[in-house]
Design a protein around this ligand. Sequence first.
Ligand code: GLY
Length: 383
Amino acid sequence: MTPDPEPAPTPSRVSVALGARAYDILVGPGLIGRAGGLIRPLLPRPYTVIVTDENVARHHLAAFEKALAGAGIACRHVILSPGEGIKSFNGLQDLCEKLLELRVERRDLVVALGGGVIGDITGFAASILRRGMGFIQVPTTLLAQVDSSVGGKTGINTRHGKNLVGSFHQPRLVLADMGVLDSLPRRELLAGYAEVVKYGLLGDAAFFEWLERHGAAVLDGDLAARQYAVETSCRAKAAIVARDEREDGERALLNLGHTFGHALEAAHGFSDRLLHGEAVAIGMCLALRLSVRLGLASGQDAGRAESHLAAVGLPTRPFGARPEQILELMRQDKKVVDGRMSFILARGIGQAFQTREVAENAVLEVLREACEEGAEAAARAAG
Ligand code: GLY
């Protein structure tokens, strides 16, 4: 007798409660293999176009297309060059023309199979093609699974800065397959992990404590730990997005570490010298140090955050940039209003809040101290 097939592992389901635009995020192993059955009910006709990049295509495109074919879905694909460079007006035009050549219709859904860059440009193209089509996110990096694929921010970069042209356009479904994380380089996995830690630091002290105990397991490939970490992160983001979709208030908390982080990325020319998640890790440490300096949080809480990030192998102090230069770049941030910078500070772990009431000299002192420590640590490491 043929044994019963193994039951498919149950994915976790996180709902983003946005009324008529509500959608689910599924988190679990094997979702790419089951994508056909999960996506088919959403399609008005059995046809879709997958947008991906060369690296992701090498690892996952064949399996994804096979899964769609298994559910009777005809599909075509567009394979873009990897990297941030395609998030440009030229890249957007090229993608729109290719999707139109493949005869996408207004009611069709396109699929973004890739990391944040693919999700951002595909979502934006979908939001303007034929005056607005739907799309599905299949994020293939940890960072995209816990942040950029959820919440509907889409867009491209301009010569004036990152993500300055875009739209809020929610996906119809997000499939976060734990299996894809196995093919990620460790450095990229770690950069995504910084955004996982962010959810603990900004609003969930118990989750941060869990990460202190299980973060290494998440990074080393423990499936249950990964699924819990991604699900908890998505649940936190989904709840915030449902309350404040267009970032009129609370959604700004998701920018914890980002005002410092963006300035650091800019100081490194948005290059591979400092990945976005690494900049966010340093930025979160700086935000907590600033909170301590302003008498809001305890040094113990800031120390815990820094110790955990350092223990998993993330950078915690700025390097390769001067304090005055970082401050100047922070003044250019797109969240500056009437010349005043926006900060996400914390009264402790899990207690973040937004403020514009921060004296610049306090920021500069924190930057000077952290940059000095960073330089000393680099000198020690160089022997
Ligand atoms: N990445 C921050 C947000 O989606 O609001």
